[in-house]
Design a protein around this ligand. Structure first.
Ligand SMILES: [Zn+2]
Ligand SMILES: [Zn+2]
Length: 324
């Protein structure tokens, strides 16, 4: 097949970032030039659109911590994680909460969950009808409660924010603990199948924090969220990410030995990220959960990923929009 034809096919399937395919990052320089202000305008309605509300974490260095929202046919409906600062980004990005009813928590670290009360309250006061949330997250373990217990501690009858259940319109939460054990969860399970929307999940691995990897398929497009993930979870990530259009990969460490040793028990370095993306034939990579050490080494990170993967790679920014 002619190289030009292959390039055209890649371009046709590529992730659309911000202002369109032309700005999709083939190099870190072009990705870094996509500014939140330039990308905050709504794009034409795509079946599936990802809006980055938090591209960093957990350091307080200018990025909100991990949070995304997925729009289905232009309506923001699925929240993925709820890290610090994301609440403000919701308003800045002009996101309507009227259709938000599905929440996927990858794990219960603070930089992925602490904005949940504020976002739920904003959703509750945005409506004049009773609201029911379906919230998915990992089973408990180590020092971490199960997601059901976590939500009960916050919003249950004896929870810190028990008042929210009938503060405005009645609010109910249907919580589901997703098996986060690598041993018992060996293939993706379907959490929700509704018309053309399918949400599936499989256990990830993030040192001692129970973790879940999610995949959302809608109208033939697909996006996978690695969550914070160490090497032990990568086989499961390969299973669920196979041939997805967009893999959102939490990118926290540089290749060894350039980050602190302890961080390699929690996260996946760029060389491995490239290998997973190539091995699973993903359409595009969006790197997120970024910190200053990654931001100062875009060239090295991209070069490492490029050893295996030659598809589009983009460094995320708060309020960036992507169309898988
Ligand atoms: Zn974490
Ligand atoms: Zn994190």
């Amino acid at each position: 097949m002619a190289a030009s034809l292959i390039r055209r096919m890649v371009a046709a399937q590529c992730l659309v970032i911000g202002l369109g395919c032309a700005s999709t990052a083939r190099s870190p320089q072009s990705a870094a030039s996509v500014t939140p202000a330039a990308t905050s305008a709504p794009m034409a309605k795509a079946p599936l659109e990802l809006i980055v509300l938090g591209s960093g974490g957990p350091d307080a260095v200018g990025r909100a911590s991990t949070c995304f929202i997925l729009s289905l046919d232009g309506a923001p409906r699925i929240l993925i994680d709820a890290g610090s600062g994301a609440f403000t980004r919701l308003g800045e990005a002009g996101i309507s909460l009227h259709r938000l009813d599905l929440i996927l928590l990858t794990h219960l670290h603070i930089d992925h969950t602490c904005e949940l009360p504020g976002i739920l309250k904003a959703r509750v006061v945005s409506t004049r009808v009773p609201i029911s949330f379906q919230i998915f997250g990992p089973t408990g373990g180590s020092e971490f409660p199960s997601t059901k217990h976590f939500l009960d501690l916050l919003f249950g009858k004896k929870g810190a924010f028990a008042y929210l259940a009938d503060f405005s319109e009645p609010m109910t939460i249907v919580a589901t603990d997703v098996d986060a054990s690598l041993r018992s969860s060996t293939s993706p399970q379907t959490l929700l199948a509704e018309d053309e929307l399918k949400i599936s999940a499989i256990a990830g691995h993030h040192d001692d924090a129970p973790a879940v990897i999610y995949r959302v398929d809608y109208k033939g497009r697909s996006v996978v969220f690695s969550g914070d993930i160490d090497a032990s979870g990568l086989d499961h990530l390969r299973l669920i990410a196979d041939h997805c259009d967009l893999l959102v990969f939490n990118t926290v460490v540089l290749d060894p030995p350039h980050s602190r040793a302890i961080l390699y028990t929690l996260h996946t370095p760029p060389k491995k990220i490239g290998e997973v993306a190539a091995g699973t034939h993903v359409g595009a990579l969006l790197l997120t959960h970024l910190n200053p050490s990654i931001d100062e080494a875009h060239d090295a990170v991209l070069a490492s990923i490029r050893r295996s993967y030659d598809g589009p790679v983009t460094f995320s920014a708060d309020r960036m929009r992507a169309t898988p």
